[in-house]
Design a protein around this ligand. Sequence first.
Ligand SMILES: Cc1cc2nc3c(=O)[nH]c(=O)nc-3n(C[C@H](O)[C@H](O)[C@H](O)COP(=O)(O)O)c2cc1C
Length: 159
Amino acid sequence: MFFKERPILSTEVLIVYGSSKGRTGRMAQILAEELLAKGLLPVLKNVFEAKPEELNRYRYIVLGCSTDGQGDLQRDFLDFERGMDDLDLTGIKASIFGSGNSRYAFYGEAVDILEAKVKIQGARLILPSFRQDMMSETPDGEEVILWARELATAIAAEG
Ligand SMILES: Cc1cc2nc3c(=O)[nH]c(=O)nc-3n(C[C@H](O)[C@H](O)[C@H](O)COP(=O)(O)O)c2cc1C
């Protein structure tokens, strides 16, 4: 039988975000605050200071990425996403979010890319993914706070 050797840090939630102008970063901060308020321990990392293997050390992972180019991942996230190819995320609960602009043809596509990725690698989604539309919402507006609160509540309920 094969046992995966990884310490499960159940109360910690890893948040990794990629953000060019700080909008997705602000969303990540708000989520961290909501997790703290629920007694959970957020570990907040900009993607350029994180390694894909770290995802395996947490039971809960949250990836945030804005959309760049023509429906591409934010540039700092490109290598990280490729580095996820060899990961086995079975048993890990994931959630995805990001800022985008609904005037673009591929609105918030980075969120879809990362959602597909975590699922292919074996993770399950905690909640439907969340996009913040910079055309009509602010990164710390009501929609974002409600989403962050809902996600924190869902993780806290799972324990
Ligand atoms: C060159 C460029 C390309 C973009 N392409 C897209 C796109 O394809 N889809 C989308 O939803 N938003 C696109 N955006 C909008 C950004 O995702 C949006 O400004 C977002 O709020 C940036 O968030 P950040 O500060 O976290 O990086 C683009 C922005 C720039 C500057």
